[in-house]
Design a protein around this ligand. Sequence first.
Ligand SMILES: [Zn+2]
Ligand SMILES: [Zn+2]
Length: 87
Amino acid sequence: MVAARSGDHRRAQCIVLKRRLRGAGLQHTSPEIHFSRLKKVSIHEFGHNLGLPHCPNKKCVMTDAVENIATIDNANFDLCEKCKMKI
Ligand SMILES: [Zn+2]
Ligand SMILES: [Zn+2]
């Protein structure tokens, strides 16, 4: 399965992301926001493992904005309709 290889790659990237989130001024962030960001990144990475690409919809959890600490809070926890159709 092709997805298994990219899944391994994504898992490594996920660890890097969590480290980056922790380092990005999280002392000033409440545990709730910290947790919601981690949850969002986890859903996002899970989407990649399912074979979903990045989504142009900035509200979609599969938007590349979720990989950026500055824009992650703009995205929803949910997939947009287009991404739901791809699964
Ligand atoms: Zn991504
Ligand atoms: Zn989407």
